[in-house]
Design a protein around this ligand. Structure first.
Ligand code: ADP
Length: 735
C-alpha cells in the first residue's frame, strides 16, 4: 500500500500547518509544566496494569475451560501445566511489584500537570518510578508472552471443543406473542453463560493465535462511539474491532469516550472513578470525572462532565448542543492526557466529532506537556462534517476567527456568506498527520466528488483508504451467544435452525415444520448433518429470507429498500427490515408498510435498534440487502457473509471493494454476491431477481456459495496491519 512509502516529513511535527491559533488569555494552564517523559506508561499507569490483568484474566479463562482441557490432555501436558502454574505465580509477584510502582507513579504524576503545580519536583520521582515500572512491565510482558505460547496450544483446542460448530443447545423457541419480544432474551438455556465473555468481559484476542508486532505502540482513540454499548452505526464497530485487533497484536490501546447517560454501566467491566479534573469551556473550568473500565476487552476512559452534556436516552440527539458537547469532549480528552502525564504515540480521532482534537493539540496542548502523540483522523462518512461558527470554536479556548481561512478550517462553500463558517472535519484533515477513510474506493470517490475533494487532493499524500474489517470474535456464527444454534462453513444445520427460529419468532411462514426443527436440533447437537439432508427437510417451494439491517436515512437507499420489500414479496420470498430513522416522516412511512404486511407471513419490519436481533437476522437470512446510494465501507455485507448470508449490493464505496457479482464473467473466482449499478428500481431488480432465482433453482450451488462467503477473510487482521504501519510512519521516537 502507498501508505508504507510515507516520507518522514509527515512523521515529524505537522507539515505546512498554520501557526499557533490560541487565545492566550483563555488558557489558565500551567504552561511552564515540563514534559513528563513516561515511556509507554498510559493513563493511571494502565498499560502496566493491563499486562498483569491480561495474564490473570487468561489464567482465569483457562480455569473455566479446565474440564475440556483435562478431557483431552495427555500425560505430557502435566509438565506444561506445572510451567503454567509457575508463570502464574511469577506473574502474581510481578503484579504486586507493579502495584507498588504504580502507587509511586501515581503520586508522582499527581503534581505533574495540575495548574500551578511544581512540575520539576514531580518529574524526579516520576522518572525513577517510571523507569522501574517499565522494567517490571517488560518482565511481566515476557511472562505473559511465555504464558500465551502455552495457552495458545491449549486454547484453540478448548475453543473447538467448547463450541461444536453445529451445537444446538436447549433452544427456547420464540413466538410472535412474546412480551418482551424474543430478541430481548437469550435464545437458549445456556446463552447467557456464553454471552458474559462476549458482551463485556471477553479479552481482546483471547483464543486467537495471531501475529504480534515487535514494537509496542500506545494508541489512544478519541471517539463518539464504541460497540456494542455506545454504538449507532459502523463507527462503533470499527473502534472496538480495530482496538481489539491492535491489542491482540501486542499494542497498548485505550479508548476515550463520553460517559453518555444512556450507557448500560452493568456491561462495563471494572468500572471505577479514577480521577477528577477541570476542562476549559466558555471562559470557565468545568469539572470532569474520568472513569476507567473495559468494554469488550478494550480499556476505556469515560469522561463525565458536570454540565448538561451527554445526558439523555440516546447516544446522539440529546437535549444538549451536540457540536459544543463534542468540542468540550475533544478538549477534555487532551486535558486528561495532560493532567495524567501520558504520552501516547498516536491519537486516533474519528469523524467530525473529535476532529477538533487535532486543532487543540497542535495549537494548545503540544505547546504544553503533550509532546509525543501524532494524529490520525479516520473519516467514516464525509456527509457529516461538523459545521461550526467561530464563536463556538472560541468556547473550547481556540481563537475561532483565526481558523476562518480556506487554508485552515473554513468551509469553502461559505466564503463571502454571512456568517462564514468552519468545518471541524476539514480542520481535522488539515491538522492531522495522516488521514484515512474506510475503503479504497470511497477514498477515490471523495477525491473526485464533494466540496472536501479540493482539500483532500491538496493533502493527497497523507490520505489513504483502508478497508474496514469486522471483529470475527464478536461476529462468529460458531460461538455467537445471540444465536439459538451455531454453524460453520462445513456444517450448516445451525443456520437452518436460526432461520426457523427467526421465522417462528416474527410470525413468518416457516420453511420447515416445528417437528423437523426439533429433530434437526437434536441431530445437530449429536454431530454434523449432511447438507443434502437439510434441503430435504424443506416442504414446498424454497423461499429465500432477505434481510436489511440499517439506519433508515437517504444514504442507505430508502426508496430501494422500500421497493425490495414489495419485490421480494412478489418473488415469493420473505423480507425482514431491522432499522429506524431519525426522521419521523420516514419512520412513519415504514410503519405504514409494516402495518400493510402484518397479517401475512412474508414481510416483517422491526423499526428499532437491536444488537441481538441483528445477530439473529444475519444468521437466519439467505441474503442481505445493501442498496446504498453511497457507502464509505459498509459492514453489514461483510457481517452477512461471515454468517453465510449472500450480499445483494449497489456497487459503490466499500461495497465495490468487498462484493463481486457471481455472474461477472471476468471475475468468477471472486464471485460472492449480486451487484447492481444504477440508482433506480430496475437496477435493483436486476440483482435481486437473479439472487432469488439462483436460490430457488440451484439449492446445491447456493449451499456452496453460502460456504464460500463464510470462508472469506474480512477480519481486522489485514486492516490492523495497515493501521499499525500508518501509526508507525507518523510516530516520533523518543530517545
Ligand atoms: P453505518 O455506519 O452507515 O450505519 P455500516 O454498515 O458501516 O453503516 O454499519 C452499520 C452497523 O450498525 C452494523 O454493525 C449494523 O449491524 C448495525 N446496525 C444498523 N442498524 C441497526 C439496527 N437497527 N439494529 C441493530 N444494529 C444495527
Amino acid at each position: 500500500m502507498a501508505a508504507m512509502a510515507m516520507t518522514s516529513a509527515s512523521a515529524g511535527v505537522l507539515p505546512a500547518v498554520p501557526s499557533v491559533c490560541l487565545k492566550e488569555e483563555k488558557l489558565p494552564i500551567a504552561s511552564s509544566c515540563a514534559p513528563l517523559r513516561l515511556p509507554q506508561a498510559s493513563f493511571f499507569g494502565e498499560s502496566l496494569r493491563q499486562q498483569s490483568r491480561g495474564v490473570s484474566r487468561k489464567s482465569a479463562s483457562r480455569k473455566s475451560g479446565a474440564l475440556q482441557v483435562s478431557a483431552t490432555a495427555s500425560a505430557s501436558d502435566d509438565s506444561e501445566k506445572a510451567r503454567l502454574a509457575a508463570m502464574v505465580a511469577e506473574n502474581e509477584r510481578l503484579k504486586a511489584r507493579l502495584a507498588e510502582l504504580e502507587g509511586a507513579l501515581t503520586l508522582a504524576m499527581q503534581g505533574g500537570g495540575a495548574p500551578g503545580s511544581p512540575a520539576v519536583a514531580a518529574d524526579v520521582p516520576a522518572a525513577a518510578a517510571a523507569a522501574a515500572a517499565t522494567a517490571a512491565a517488560e518482565a511481566a510482558a515476557e511472562a505473559a508472552a511465555a504464558l500465551e505460547v502455552v495457552e495458545e496450544a491449549a486454547g484453540t483446542d478448548q475453543k473447538r471443543q467448547a463450541v461444536p460448530a453445529t451445537a444446538a443447545q436447549q433452544i427456547i423457541w420464540p413466538s410472535p406473542q412474546e412480551e418482551p419480544p424474543f430478541w430481548m432474551r437469550w435464545p437458549t438455556s445456556e446463552g447467557h453463560v456464553a454471552a458474559a465473555g462476549v458482551v463485556s468481559g471477553g479479552a481482546a484476542g483471547d483464543g486467537v493465535v495471531g501475529e504480534r508486532d515487535p514494537e509496542r505502540l500506545h494508541i489512544v482513540h478519541v471517539t463518539a462511539e464504541m460497540a456494542p454499548l455506545a454504538k449507532v452505526g459502523g463507527l462503533g464497530d470499527v473502534v472496538t474491532g480495530l482496538g481489539r485487533a491492535c491489542l491482540a497484536r501486542g499494542h497498548t490501546v485505550e479508548v476515550m469516550l463520553p460517559f453518555y447517560e444512556c450507557l448500560d454501566t452493568k456491561q462495563i467491566a471494572n468500572l471505577q472513578l479514577k480521577r477528577s479534573f477541570g476542562s476549559y469551556f466558555k471562559g470557565d473550568w468545568v469539572g470532569v470525572e474520568a472513569f476507567s473500565g473495559e468494554i469488550s476487552g478494550v480499556p476505556v476512559v469515560l469522561l463525565k462532565p458536570e454540565n448538561h452534556f451527554f445526558r439523555g436516552g440516546r447516544i446522539y440527539g440529546g437535549s444538549y448542543n451536540e457540536l459544543e458537547a463534542y468540542l468540550f469532549f475533544s478538549r477534555a480528552s487532551l486535558e486528561f492526557l495532560q493532567v495524567t502525564g501520558a504520552q501516547p504515540d498516536v491519537l486516533h480521532i474519528h469523524e467530525w466529532h473529535t476532529a477538533a482534537v487535532a486543532l487543540l493539540y497542535w495549537d494548545i496542548y503540544h505547546q504544553l506537556n503533550l509532546q509525543k502523540p501524532r494524529l490520525i483522523l479516520t473519516i467514516h462518512n464525509m456527509e457529516h462534517h461538523g459545521e461550526c461558527r467561530w464563536e463556538q470554536l472560541d468556547m473550547c479556548g481556540l481563537d475561532g476567527q483565526s481558523y476562518l481561512d480556506t487554508e485552515k478550517a473554513m468551509d469553502d462553500r461559505t466564503v463571502g456568506h454571512n456568517p462564514e463558517r468552519l468545518s471541524m472535519l476539514k480542520g481535522g484533515i488539515v491538522y492531522s498527520n495522516t488521514v484515512t477513510t474506510v475503503s479504497p474506493t470511497y477514498a477515490n470517490e471523495t477525491l473526485c466528488n464533494g466540496w472536501l475533494s479540493n482539500t483532500l487532493l491538496k493533502y493527497r499524500s497523507k490520505y489513504f483508504g483502508v478497508l474496514n474489517g469486522i471483529d470475527t470474535e464478536m461476529w462468529d456464527p460458531q460461538t455467537d451467544p445471540h444465536l439459538p444454534a451455531h454453524f460453520s462453513p462445513t456444517s450448516l444445520a445451525g443456520k437452518m435452525l436460526c432461520k426457523h427460529y427467526v421465522q417462528r419468532g416474527l410470525g413468518l411462514t416457516p420453511e420447515i415444520t416445528p417437528e423437523a426443527a426439533e429433530k434437526l436440533a437434536a441431530a445437530a447437537s449429536a454431530g454434523p448433518v449432511a447438507d443434502s439432508e437439510l434441503t430435504q427437510l424443506i416442504r414446498g417451494e424454497r423461499s429465500p429470507l432477505v434481510v436489511c439491517v440499517t439506519r433508515l436515512v437517504a444514504q442507505k437507499g430508502i426508496h430501494l429498500i422500500r421497493h425490495a420489500i414489495y419485490q421480494t414479496h412478489e418473488y415469493g420470498g420473505q423480507f425482514v427490515l431491522l432499522g429506524s430513522s431519525p426522521d419521523g416522516r420516514v419512520q412513519g412511512d415504514f410503519v405504514k408498510i409494516a402495518e400493510e404486511f402484518q397479517e401475512g407471513g412474508s414481510v416483517r419490519l422491526v423499526l428499532t435498534y437491536s444488537e441481538s436481533l441483528a445477530h439473529q437476522l444475519f444468521a437466519a437470512a439467505d441474503m442481505v440487502l445493501v442498496p446504498s446510494m453511497f457507502e464509505p465501507c459498509g459492514l453489514t455485507q461483510m457481517i452477512g457473509m461471515r454468517y453465510g448470508t449472500v450480499p445483494v449490493v449497489r456497487r459503490t464505496g466499500g461495497l465495490a471493494d468487498t462484493v463481486f457479482d457471481v455472474d461477472d464473467g471476468g471475475n468468477t473466482e471472486k464471485g460472492n454476491g449480486f451487484v447492481f449499478d444504477g440508482i433506480n428500481e430496475q437496477a435493483l431488480d436486476s440483482a435481486l431477481s437473479r439472487a432469488v432465482k439462483y436460490y430457488k433453482d440451484r439449492p446445491e450451488w447456493w449451499q456452496q456459495l453460502t460456504s464460500t462467503v463464510m470462508s472469506i477473510d474480512n477480519s481486522w487482521n489485514k486492516a490492523a496491519k495497515e493501521y499499525i504501519a500508518l501509526y508507525d510512519s507518523i510516530r516520533v521516537r523518543w530517545p
